[in-house]
Write a protein that binds this ligand. Structure first.
Ligand SMILES: O=C(O)C(=O)C[C@H](O)C(=O)CO
Ligand SMILES: [Zn+2]
Length: 274
């Protein structure tokens, strides 16, 4: 079963007026991982689409998505898949890849229908593409590892870059996940914006009672959302995206937009956040 929800792009002047419920309706993705279903959110931010596929014993195939009006979803798109569950299998374009927890699969434009099987919980992101880059399975050991932050500022963390120019080619997708060192709670602090790219986060690896206090909004008009395990945040290009965990967490970040330069960020120091 496939379900698709559309999210429109929100102007920052509008976002400033929103209460908690409205912020969550526009920027939070909940219930993406339902057994036996593929659930997608099709956004109007760079046409970036995110979602989950949980085969739960029976194969699930992602093929036609009416929103794109193409013969198959990946006809003019590329896709990143992260397995956040048990071992599973993904097949497309006559190939099949076994994916363990934390493995990332890149599927290039024109890969055709994609089938998910096994015990995986597959997080999916996709953006329009202009050429077919080779499909590739990337294990954590092959990712580019960047250590950032300090224990003294509670932000010591490892940025694992998977779909990233130092590892492989893509059209506009950039993807990885960030792991906090025990005792550190902050991701992406100091915060930043990148008006050239939108971003989406998926928080995972959390206990059911844990929450992340996610900060969003323009740097001088910050807002927050409390996020539970396996919930996603859609971050518009004008928004900061940062979080502090009440409990352990990891998060997958993925971007689409004008460039694939991970370091192209406009930093905002804590003293300048309001
Ligand atoms: O902890 C961090 O810092 C991040 O993981 C930052 C994200 O990767 C990001 O915002 C990339 O633009
Ligand atoms: Zn960012």
């Amino acid at each position: 079963m496939l379900s698709v929800e559309t999210r429109h792009a929100i102007h920052p002047d509008h976002a400033r007026t929103m209460g908690t419920q409205e912020l969550r309706e526009h920027f939070l993705g909940t219930g993406l991982f339902a057994p036996g279903e593929i659930r997608l959110i099709y956004t109007h931010y760079d046409r970036f689409t995110l979602g989950g596929a949980v085969p739960n014993g029976a194969p699930l195939t992602l093929d036609v998505v009416d929103e794109t009006r193409t013969a198959t979803f990946l006809d003019r798109r590329e896709m990143g898949i992260v397995n956040i569950g048990g071992t599973g299998r993904v097949s497309a374009a006559g190939d099949a890849w076994e994916m363990g927890r934390g493995d990332v699969l890149y599927l290039g434009m024109g890969a055709g229908p994609v089938t998910f099987e096994g015990d995986g919980r597959f997080y999916l992101v996709s953006a329009p593409a202009h050429r077919a880059c080779p499909h590739r399975l990337i294990k954590l050991a092959e990712a580019n590892r960047v250590e950032l932050g300090e224990a003294a500022t509670s932000n010591k963390r490892v940025i694992n870059q998977f779909i990233h120019p130092t590892v492989m080619e893509s059209c506009q997708l950039v993807l990885g996940y960030t792991q906090l060192v025990e005792g550190s709670v902050w991701n992406t602090m100091p915060a930043h914006v990148h008006d050239r790219r939108m971003e989406a986060y998926l928080y995972w690896g959390m206990t059911p009672e844990a929450r992340v206090l996610h900060l969003m909004g323009e740097p001088t008009e910050t807002r927050h959302m409390m996020i539970a395990n396996e919930e996603a945040v859609i971050s518009p290009p004008w928004s900061i995206h940062s979080g502090a965990g009440i409990g352990e967490y990891t998060f997958i970040w993925a971007m689409a937009g004008d460039n694939v330069d991970y370091t192209d960020m406009d930093f905002v120091q804590p003293a300048d956040l309001k």
